[in-house]
Ligand binder design. Structure first.
Ligand SMILES: CC(C)(COP(=O)(O)OP(=O)(O)OC[C@H]1O[C@@H](n2cnc3c(N)ncnc32)[C@H](O)[C@@H]1OP(=O)(O)O)[C@@H](O)C(=O)NCCC(=O)NCCS
Length: 223
């Protein structure tokens, strides 16, 4: 297994300026909530779920500290979206014992989403659900590339949701992979989504890194 600092460096390399980030391993022993009010909806959740939530919140507070935000509770809203301190935004992801978070000032960033995925778990059936016809020729049956597209689309979902509340499907977005620069660009976005969201999507930036058997993807739009 790769070192956690490899993932930290990979993530750091993706970040636009003035975005804070943090990476942590999720504990296996039961942990306590740093702010009790954050975890009320997880009172009956399994230890693994509580721990990934707690690690995610810890990462989020470290990422926020990088942009000058003092530690505070980050409760979840009814959609499960973290409520970020005013004038900030961020995104959290966890996968198989690891978690990452990013945070930025709302006067510098319009949309921000992160996603971390294992590259060895996507079934052929899930690939079919995720890969857009325009992406098929590039991806073929390559599970790592399929996982990359899955991750990028999840990062996009998280980036747009706080502003738009849209619930696009995987096939509503087609992306082109630029492996020489570790970026993705938007080939197509479904015409049934709001025009302003479609315009913003075409201006969004996507970057990714493979680290061991994980892929981490960032999607953002600066102001
Ligand atoms: C919400 C969703 C994106 C989370 O992704 P995931 O890979 O399952 O899980 P991750 O660990 O990466 O992310 C979970 C975190 O995302 C955040 N989150 C939850 N709902 C969110 C939302 N609607 N918008 C933004 N962030 C959200 C939370 O911080 C959550 O962690 P927490 O509950 O511990 O705070 C996913 O479950 C989902 O509903 N996807 C919809 C389908 C989709 O992605 N379509 C692609 C469209 S092109």
């Amino acid at each position: 297994m790769f070192q956690i600092n490899e993932l930290q460096s990979a993530l750091q390399a993706l970040l636009p300026v003035k975005v804070g980030c943090a990476v942590q391993q999720v504990a296996s022993e039961a942990e306590a909530f740093q702010y009790a009010e954050e975890g009320s909806h997880l009172a009956n959740a399994a230890i693994a779920r509580r721990n990934e939530f707690i690690s995610g919140r810890r990462c989020a507070r470290i990422a926020l500290a990088h942009i000058g935000q003092a530690s505070c509770a980050l409760p979840a809203d009814l959609d499960g979206l973290p409520i970020w301190p005013s004038a900030t935004m961020g995104s959290i992801t966890h996968s198989r014992g690891l978690c990452c978070a990013v945070a930025a000032s709302a006067d510098k960033m319009m949309h921000l989403g992160i996603d971390l995925e294992k590259t060895t778990r996507l079934s052929a059936r899930a690939m079919e659900r995720v890969v857009h016809p325009l992406e098929e020729a590039t991806v073929g049956e390559d599970q790592a590339l399929g996982s990359l597209l899955f991750s990028a689309k999840e990062a996009f979902y998280k980036a747009q949701f706080p502003a738009w509340g849209a619930q696009p499907n995987f096939k509503d977005l087609a992306l082109q992979i630029h492996s020489n620069t570790q970026q993705l660009s938007v080939l197509k976005i479904a015409s049934n989504l709001p025009i302003q969201l479609r315009d913003a999507t075409h201006r969004m930036k996507f970057r990714y890194q493979f680290v061991g058997d994980y892929v981490v993807t960032l999607c953002w739009l600066e102001l």
